[in-house]
Design a protein around this ligand. Structure first.
Ligand SMILES: [Zn+2]
Length: 215
């Protein structure tokens, strides 16, 4: 067996705080969750970015939220084949095994995954994985309105929004998601988080707008 490194001091300190405070407050919940199993009602698909943690933004308790995170918070197109599909496997488990009622795709501002699609700090041809993963975003970037492309900040935000919209479209390529949405037993939503303001925007019938009662 190969040995591993000890946890970093900041992780140990955080763990001690968890044990002393949150676990003490929620001990009964943790014990019940272990005994009864998890029954989250919502899946959040979000970016791996350290500033946009879904459990923090939605103030979620243990057992409430099934979270899928990857670079950019992307949902791929339904493609059952012999390849390994981490995001699709997580969705399959959440929808078919856990029976969740809501799927939320949440993007965020200043997303490095989206920046990568614009050939930002990392030349994509030199990456082993990122270039392939964000290839769909590069296609979307090519479809942006010229008015958005004129300003780099505006272009990135537009692509962050388009990325969420595309992921929602891709969710509907999964037959067991589409059928449940059509039957009214599963809702699909898009959201985008402004990091500096701590403000969530929602994708509604009239486009992207701040979600109310966020003051
Ligand atoms: Zn991101």
């Amino acid at each position: 067996m190969s040995s591993t490194a000890p946890l970093a001091p900041e992780l140990l300190a955080g763990y001690r705080r968890f044990r002393a405070t949150r676990y003490q407050q929620e001990r009964d919940r943790y014990r019940r969750l272990e005994h009864e199993g998890q029954r989250p009602t919502t899946v959040i698909v979000a970016c791996s970015d350290s500033r946009s943690g879904p459990e923090t933004i939605f103030d979620a308790l243990p057992g409430e939220m099934f979270v899928v995170r990857n670079v950019g918070g992307l949902v791929p197109v339904y493609a059952p084949d012999a390849s390994s599909h981490a995001a699709s496997a997580a969705l399959e488990f959440a929808v078919l095994a856990l029976g969740v009622e809501h799927i939320v795709v949440m993007g965020h501002g200043r997303c490095g995954g989206v920046s990568a699609a614009f050939e930002g700090t990392v030349p994509l041809a030199s990456t082993e994985f990122i270039g392939t993963w964000v290839a769909g975003l590069r296609d979307l970037a090519g479809e942006l309105d010229p008015a958005d492309l004129a300003d780099p900040v505006r272009a990135k935000r537009a692509l962050e929004h388009r990325s969420v919209e595309r992921s929602v479209v891709n969710l509907r390529t999964f037959p067991w998601i589409r059928s449940r949405e059509e039957a009214g037993t599963l809702t699909l939503a898009g959201a985008w988080f402004d990091i500096a303001l701590g403000e969530l925007h929602g994708l509604g019938p009239d486009g992207w707008e701040p979600i109310g009662d966020a003051s």
